[in-house]
Design a protein around this ligand. Structure first.
Ligand code: SF4
Length: 254
């Protein structure tokens, strides 16, 4: 994996924004007793030999669970440390002021009926937009670097624009969606509202099985279209493969 990542690492080394945030990071952590250049390199190497490094519009990405670099959300991540004088020690001992990432079920409404669903509930009343705005403000005050909007189907939320816009760039905002209701115009609008990326769900690359599993005639096509629209709109685009435990075995990967 390290070899695959070398090209991106070279690109990073020539990027002035990367160098700027590296300096800023060093300033924040250099007084911590756990800090040493060797340890930092060892830490970076651990990621780079395990995860694929991706570049997207001048930012670099390791995985969903880690803020992109360079970004204000990465600084929020450092500030998660309870002891701001000893950021590394706080992180190492999980002394943090907030979760690293959080999924907010902004609505339980959904047009699908996946057999593995654990969150859809037609009879539940969603929290109000004002409640969500207060929760988001609190999470950001606590230094939560990554916020996911999920559901149900988050694109069905009537005040999605308002909710997206109240997440400042202090946190990365992803929407986890089936793609139901997404158009290219809407994807562009989401980007304008400050959404960083979409996680688009797909259960399999077989359309018939996908329809069987999610009980919606257009689920497969919706996902494929959503991937195209999301990429075109410049959103960071990932596919979330939903693979239930009973379908993972040595002989068969669905
Ligand atoms: S798309 Fe998500 S919320 Fe909707 S039924 Fe499927 S798992 Fe449940």
């Amino acid at each position: 994996m390290l070899l695959t990542n070398l090209k991106v690492i070279f690109k990073m080394s020539t990027d002035k924004n990367v160098r700027l945030q590296l300096r800023q990071t060093k300033e924040m952590i250099k007084n911590d007793k756990l800090y040493s250049t060797f340890k930092m390199l060892k830490f970076a190497l651990k990621f780079l030999t395990r995860d694929k490094l991706t570049s997207h519009q001048g930012i670099y990405y390791v995985n969903f669970a880690f803020p992109v670099f360079p970004s204000p959300a990465f600084i929020t991540f450092l500030n998660l440390a309870r002891d701001k004088q000893n950021i590394l020690t706080s992180h190492a001992f999980c002394k943090k002021t907030a979760p690293l990432s959080i999924c907010l079920t902004i609505t339980t409404k959904c047009n699908y009926d996946c057999y593995y669903c654990g969150s859809k509930d037609k009879n539940k009343t969603d929290l109000s937009t004002d409640d969500w705005k207060k929760i988001i403000a609190d999470l950001q005050k606590m230094n939560t670097p990554i916020i996911f909007f999920t559901g149900g189907e988050p694109l069905l939320h009537p005040d999605l624009k308002e909710l997206c816009q109240c997440v400042t760039d202090k946190s990365l905002l992803y929407i986890l969606t089936t793609g139901d209701g997404l158009t290219l115009e809407r994807a562009k609008k989401l980007k304008e509202y400050g959404v960083f990326g979409l996680g688009i769900s797909l259960t399999t690359c077989d359309e018939i099985i996908d329809i069987e599993k999610r009980q919606h005639g257009k689920c497969y096509q919706n996902a494929i279209n959503a991937i195209k629209y999301s990429v075109k709109a410049g959103l960071f685009t990932t596919v979330i493969a939903v693979i239930p435990k009973n379908e993972v075995n040595e002989k068969k990967v669905v």
